[in-house]
Design a protein around this ligand. Structure first.
Ligand SMILES: Cc1cc2nc3c(=O)[nH]c(=O)nc-3n(C[C@H](O)[C@H](O)[C@H](O)COP(=O)(O)OP(=O)(O)OC[C@H]3O[C@@H](n4cnc5c(N)ncnc54)[C@H](O)[C@@H]3O)c2cc1C
Length: 498
């Protein structure tokens, strides 16, 4: 490691490499390997690097840029130090090191949803190596590492004909996604991912490691479940309920863009009759003219009806047949599919891209909604797609164990664009603002969906994601678990921005 910073104070009690390795044992495989009384605090980077099993890097070091990189290329972390945690013990050492030096701790699993990027006054903890998964088919749960993506959880769960509540893209981090709500293709049937969290193993700001659940340390569990992560601690392990789903009837119907208004109208009627096994969306996508996009879609704009029916295949086919007899689509990919293939429904990009998204919960739909979506996507535009997801069903179930609050909304609208340049970024921002202004009459009271926003917008939306009494309770949890605001690269729990 180049140019290590010398001790600035504090104290350091050496532990040997062997002990450090024991402490760094995998949390899922061996919980006992982390001593909850470990009190090692390092204040020099050399010492931190010596004790950590994973890499400890600062700007200028080989690998620093690569370890700090975000999936969303629009964001850059530039921390004083980045720690690529190899296990729970590395997380403990890193958090204690940062706290001792007065730095903030930022956390990244994939960089799909950066909230406040790490700066020179912070330590960035990269959790991607905490990627173990253990399925218990009897209790129908998965104990998963804090840095795992849904891809491997989905594969392991499907071997037991079980499914986690992942979203449209399996390569998104399971923890960040779930703590922000987690609205996927099984949401109306089984609920949001946040409602399937059974416990969290968390490294707190003072380096303590505790397991929190609705039964143990319930206030911490409540506060973390709904606030998108990294405001109260680092999750090193999460246990989630799995659901008995191995085959679904899913896919996309593609209609010509000029038909979009009529498709939307029929969609409104269709979902009014839909059972909760069906989670669906009306989408308008302007597929970019890029090689990564398959030929029939490349450079074309379509109105799309997509979704997933988690019930009897025949019932799913009958539901989609209503569309087929209403108007023959240009393309029709709805069919029985193993749930392991669920990523095919949204076809989200897998490789890193510079992107921005903005989302709101809607209380009502009306003709203005497709108008605003069409306006947002009208080219030339950096907007990639506009999508209304049908909410309700199991999403509405009250869950007092979690702070996630937007239960009553009936729909969720997301706008997503590509921002390869500052001009595109400014134009997209303008289109987001315009769309939300026009749709104000349709927005829910708690309209902020934090998962569908990043950066400043995510921080600001927090004020519109929780009712006042929830905000007051979150502020109390923050004062209790992170009084020095070590985890400040997150939404603010004490002062939601209005
Ligand atoms: C292509 C794509 C598809 C998506 N599809 C959906 C969808 O269908 N439904 C939906 O609800 N959302 C969806 N999202 C949004 C996604 O859920 C959020 O962006 C989420 O925050 C990403 O989490 P991450 O860990 O992958 O990203 P990161 O940027 O690594 O983390 C996001 C936030 O979580 C925190 N965090 C991550 N790991 C930990 C941890 N171990 N401990 C504590 N805090 C942690 C980070 O500090 C950060 O604040 C999608 C996003 C993309 C880019």
């Amino acid at each position: 490691m180049a140019g290590a910073v010398r001790p600035t104070g504090g104290w350091w009690r050496p532990v040997g490499r062997a002990q450090a390795r024991t402490l760094a044992g995998d949390a899922v495989a061996d919980r006992k390997s982390t001593r909850e009384d470990a009190v090692t605090i390092t204040t020099s980077l050399d010492d931190l690097a010596a004790i950590c099993e994973g890499r400890v890097l600062q700007a200028g070091d080989d690998g620093y840029d690569e370890v700090c990189a975000c999936w969303n290329l629009a964001w850059t972390h530039r921390p004083a130090v980045v720690v690529q945690a190899a296990g729970e013990a590395d997380v403990v050492y890193a958090v204690r090191h940062a706290a001792a030096r007065g730095w903030a701790v930022a956390v990244q699993t994939t960089g799909h949803g950066v909230t406040v990027p790490a700066d020179e006054h912070s330590l960035l903890l990269v959790t991607g190596a905490l990627d173990r998964v253990r399925i218990d088919p009897v209790s129908r749960t998965a104990a998963i590492g804090g840095g795992i993506t849904w891809t491997s959880v989905l594969a392991a769960a499907q071997e037991q004909q079980l499914a986690p509540l992942l979203g449209s893209a399996p390569h998104v981090g399971a923890v960040g996604y779930s703590l922000g709500g987690g609205f996927g293709w099984l949401a109306r049937a089984y609920g949001l991912a946040v409602d399937s969290i059974r416990s969290l193993r968390v490294v707190l700001a003072d380096g303590r490691v505790i397991t929190t659940s609705p039964q143990d340390e319930p206030e911490l569990f409540w506060a973390m479940c709904g606030t998108t992560g990294s405001a109260l601690g680092v999750v090193v392990e999460m246990t989630v309920a799995l659901h008995p789903v191995d085959q679904v009837y899913g896919g996309d119907l593609f209609y010509a863009l000029p038909d979009a208004r009529e498709v939307f109208e029929f969609y409104g009627d269709w979902i009014n009759r839909a059972p909760s096994e069906l989670t669906s969306a009306f989408n308008i996508t302007a597929f970019p003219p890029l090689e990564m996009v398959p030929e029939p879609l490349r450079g074309q704009t379509f109105a799309i009806v997509r979704g997933c029916f988690a019930g009897e295949m025949e019932a799913g086919r009958e539901l989609v047949d209503q569309w087929r007899s209403w108007r023959t689509p240009l393309m029709d990919t709805w069919a029985p599919m193993p749930f392991s293939q669920v990523a095919q429904i949204s076809m989200d990009p897998v490789d890193p891209v510079p992107a921005a998204s903005s989302g709101r919960w809607l209380a009502t739909l009306g003709p203005q909604v497709p108008e605003v979506m069409l306006e947002a996507i009208a080219g030339p535009s950096p907007m990639l797609f506009a999508e209304v997801r049908h909410a309700g069903g199991a999403i509405r179930r009250d869950n007092p164990a979690v702070s996630f609050a937007a239960r009553d909304a009936r729909y969720c609208l997301e706008l997503v664009g590509m921002i390869p340049s500052a001009e595109a970024d400014a134009e997209l921002e303008r289109r987001f603002e315009h769309a939300w202004r026009r749709l104000a009459p349709h927005l829910s009271d708690l309209c902020g969906y934090l998962n569908f926003a990043e950066g400043t917008e995510r921080v600001q939306l927090a004020a519109r994601a929780f009712p006042a009494e929830t905000q007051a309770r979150l502020a109390a949890a923050k004062r209790r678990y992170d009084p020095d605001d070590v985890f400040r690269h997150s939404i603010s729990l004490t002062a939601p921005v209005r």
